[in-house]
Design a binder for this molecule. Structure first.
Ligand SMILES: *[C@@H]1O[C@H](CO)[C@@H](O)[C@H](O)[C@H]1NC(C)=O
Ligand SMILES: *[C@@H]1O[C@H](CO)[C@@H](O)[C@H](O)[C@H]1NC(C)=O
Ligand SMILES: *[C@@H]1O[C@H](CO)[C@@H](O)[C@H](O)[C@H]1NC(C)=O
Ligand SMILES: *[C@@H]1O[C@H](CO)[C@@H](O)[C@H](O)[C@H]1NC(C)=O
Ligand SMILES: *[C@@H]1O[C@H](CO)[C@@H](O)[C@H](O)[C@H]1NC(C)=O
Length: 307
């Protein structure tokens, strides 16, 4: 058996053609050939650009900078001037940055003893037993001292704590305090690099004219390479009014899309910006709407105590 298969290696074979002189069969055969060729040229090459390489591993960096000044006048702190160094947190603003548009303040806090806030459930007490000395108040503001401030005239019905006193005030703000934050501008500097093609570009116009960035505002048609946006315009493009968001906060996602066909050249590789509000679902208000956080500033008074 094995020998027979080995010998068949040396057989010589030839094919026998049958020519059908029939136009319909011939046409069908050519059509099948053509449609396969048509698929490769038409679909793979032209529509899907199967011959092009793509680079998904884009490298990118973002730097932001804000400009604008606001003045607030509150009964606690009086007149205050807010520059970018005050309202941008963190100041270097890389992937995420927060812009203060409103605040609640508790000035002149110092370490000491005072009543826990009524709003903290674990701080409520009926007698001293509820306020075990040295215990932390769950979700509260300090350490229990062992006293229950119930018998006092100014009864709060809560434990006395050791912490930063007076306790942080919580109330519903009436409106944004940094009113003209809408007119602040943000400069978004973005560099991209497609490593596979050694292609780099930035969203800032390549000019040596340094007065360009001082005056320009982004406009899709007129100045697509001016990456300076008014905050009010950003929220508007996301579909919300700045003043509606400024009181309770919100979060806005900024997406810069670089979908470049490098065959079309350097000039046709342009950034596209889109803005969306992230903290809201189906344009309805829920308890998750808004954004806020705590921030402290420490000072030493004349006697060297931290306040
Ligand atoms: C700031 O507010 C106080 C009252 O809260 C007012 O008396 C004062 O005139 C205000 N100052 C300015 C510059 O608006
Ligand atoms: C109650 O509060 C008033 C004013 O806040 C204060 O003058 C008084 O001393 C307090 N009384 C007690 C017993 O703490
Ligand atoms: C923003 O600036 C425009 C023009 O400079 C001004 O008319 C408008 O009142 C400002 N908005 C606020 C909230 O200050
Ligand atoms: C620089 O840009 C400004 C505004 O875009 C323009 O008015 C000015 O003529 C430019 N200067 C030069 C030297 O091109
Ligand atoms: C928004 O909430 C209200 C009730 O609070 C409801 O009637 C309405 O259908 C909601 N709208 C959307 C778009 O979810």
């Amino acid at each position: 058996m094995a020998e027979g298969r080995f010998l068949s290696l040396f057989d010589y074979k030839t094919e026998k053609y049958i020519v059908a002189k029939n136009k319909r069969v011939g046409l069908l055969y050519r059509l099948i050939q053509l449609s396969i060729l048509g698929y490769i040229i038409g679909w793979v090459f032209i529509r899907k650009k199967g011959y092009q390489e793509t680079d998904e591993a884009i490298q990118s960096s973002i730097i932001t900078k804000l400009k604008g000044v606001s003045v607030t006048n509150t009964s606690e702190s009086g007149l205050l001037v807010w520059g970018p160094e005050d309202y941008v947190i963190p100041p270097q603003g890389e992937a995420v940055l927060f812009i203060v548009t409103n605040f609640l303040e508790t000035p002149h806090q110092r370490l000491g003893h005072c009543a826990e806030s009524i709003k903290v459930l674990d701080g409520h007490c009926r007698d001293e037993e509820d306020c075990e000395e040295g215990k932390m108040v769950v979700a509260g503001h300090g350490e229990m001292s062992g006293r229950c401030l119930r018998q006092d005239v100014n009864s709060t019905g809560t434990c006395e704590i050791f912490g930063w006193c007076p306790i942080e005030r919580k109330f519903k703000p009436e409106g944004p305090l940094l009113k003209n934050a809408e007119n602040f501008t943000i400069y978004i500097k973005n560099f991209i690099h497609f490593p596979k093609f050694s292609f780099s570009k930035s969203n800032v116009l390549e000019t040596t004219n340094d007065s360009y960035l001082k005056k320009c505002r982004y406009d899709k048609e007129v100045s697509p390479y001016c990456p300076i946006f008014r905050l009010g315009d950003i929220t508007q493009q996301a579909g919300y009014k700045f003043q509606d968001m400024a009181t309770f906060g919100g979060s806005i996602g900024i997406m810069i899309r670089w979908d470049c066909d490098l065959d079309k050249g350097y000039d046709n590789c342009n950034p596209q910006y889109s803005f969306t509000r992230l903290d809201i679902s189906h344009s309805n208000k829920t308890i998750t709407t808004g954004f806020n956080f705590r921030h402290t500033r420490y000072f030493k008074n004349a006697a060297g105590r931290e306040v």
